[in-house]
Design a protein around this ligand. Structure first.
Ligand SMILES: Cc1cc2nc3c(=O)[nH]c(=O)nc-3n(C[C@H](O)[C@H](O)[C@H](O)COP(=O)(O)OP(=O)(O)OC[C@H]3O[C@@H](n4cnc5c(N)ncnc54)[C@H](O)[C@@H]3O)c2cc1C
Length: 378
């Protein structure tokens, strides 16, 4: 039995485990580690924040995972030695034949001075609960929404958050008493997709949400409730930011980020292999030139599965990572658009946008249901 150790049972880790389980259950033993007790889709945080769902409603517990040749263990990874291919957890240690790091991205809220004290975020479950409480007490004023650093998970998510917040404020009769302003250091929402940019920027304008691209919020002053930018200070009553993203501490300490772009794990973009033999990294923690999103973690996992199987069978590798994925974008009102992105197949990325429509909303729901079936078993 070839042993595969997957660190992180998120989008990428679950997809890889299920691919190996379906394709070569008699040839591999997969150990899947995560310190959490269940999987939550990133986009489900919007359901908790805006649609009254609880965390229990949107979490799929790991103890319901039943895939042939896959063993889930709830353990925290505390050290990774990629040269020795050894992993230490709070319960023991492992030296697998193949090691796959899929530990996702963490948030560095301290990177923006004043943000921890006076800002809100909805990228973590803790942040969702805190923001929900603040929104419940909100009676109108100025809301600044800001992307604090790039890259960040799911490029459309900050805009989805703005559109869904607008919808909530309309429903609560607070919109006429609220100014909304979206500020981003990027020049456009989805740089590779002019058609998605138009749809998003038009949607913001239609809802009277001011949009300022190319501007970074450097710090917040909790005493005056102002955000400082290159062009001056902006007053707010509620500041909602997308925090700076970084690799988890255990990855940082492992040396895996050496030579990685902007502090991420360095991988061969075609294979997701790290410079260490038998060690791969995929998803948000790796420096593959694709956005941080589950759909790209998923296709990366398929590439790694194919590579592991090719090695097992001593056969040529099947293709290379193409950085493809379908991103759904919520516009509010039950409407969802989608971008069919292909980053690495051709000379330049392609990402045409279609919708928004009710049909794509149904498609997004089916996308999630399909993953739950595939990743957790019948
Ligand atoms: C608000 C929001 C909306 C989003 N919407 C979308 C969307 O519509 N479509 C989309 O494709 N993506 C979306 N995303 C992004 C998506 O959630 C991530 O890009 C995706 O989950 C990345 O997959 P991953 O496998 O790399 O990491 P993750 O799914 O984050 O998995 C990493 C796992 O590692 C575990 N872990 C971390 N450290 C340790 C440790 N020390 N020991 C043990 N376990 C550990 C974590 O518990 C986690 O389960 C959204 C994200 C957010 C925040």
């Amino acid at each position: 039995m070839h042993t595969v150790l997957i660190l992180g049972a998120g989008f990428g880790g679950l997809e890889l485990a299920s691919c190996l389980s379906r394709s070569v259950p008699d040839e591999v033993h997969v150990t899947l580690l995560d310190h959490g007790d269940g999987f939550i889709f990133g986009f489900a945080k919007m359901d908790v924040l805006f649609r009254g769902q609880t965390v229990d409603d949107v979490r799929t517990p790991y103890d319901t995972l039943h895939l042939p040749s896959v063993e889930f263990r709830r353990e925290a990874v505390v050290a990774i030695d990629p040269s020795a291919r050894t992993v230490t957890t709070d319960r023991g240690s492992y030296t697998p034949d193949t090691l796959v790091v899929a530990l996702g991205a963490d948030y560095d809220c301290d990177a923006t001075p004043g943000f921890v004290e006076d800002g809100y975020e909805y990228y973590s479950i803790h942040g969702v609960h805190r923001l929900r409480e603040r929104l419940d007490a909100f009676t109108g004023g100025t809301v600044l929404l800001s992307i604090l650093s790039v890259p960040f998970k799911c490029p459309p998510a900050p805009y989805e958050g703005a559109l869904l917040l607008h919808e909530e404020l309309v429903r609560r009769n607070l919109r006429s008493r609220t100014q909304m302003h979206m500020i981003t250091p990027m020049d456009s929402p989805i740089p590779v997709s002019p058609s998605a940019n138009t749809a998003i920027v038009d949607a913001l304008a239609d809802r009277d949400i001011e949009y300022t691209p190319g501007t970074r919020v450097r710090a917040l002053d909790p005493a005056t409730h102002t955000a400082s930018t290159r062009d001056g200070d902006l007053a707010y009553d509620l500041f909602v930011g997308i925090p700076r993203h970084c690799v988890p501490d255990v990855v940082q300490a492992s040396g895996l980020t050496e030579n990685g772009i902007d502090g991420w794990i360095h991988v061969d973009a075609a294979t997701l292999a790290t410079p260490y033999p038998g060690v791969y990294a995929l998803g948000d923690c790796a420096d593959a030139p694709v956005p941080r999103a589950g759909v790209f973690a998923e296709t990366a996992a398929r590439t790694v599965a194919a590579d592991i199987i090719a090695h097992l069978h001593d056969s040529p590798r099947e293709g290379r990572y193409r950085g493809q994925g379908t991103c759904h974008i919520e516009f509010g009102g039950g409407l969802v658009g989608k971008v069919e992105a292909d980053f690495l197949s051709g000379p330049a990325p392609l990402a045409p946008f279609v919708g928004p429509s009710v049909e794509f909303a149904r498609e997004k729901a089916e996308f999630a249901a399909d993953r739950r079936r595939r990743w957790f078993g019948p």
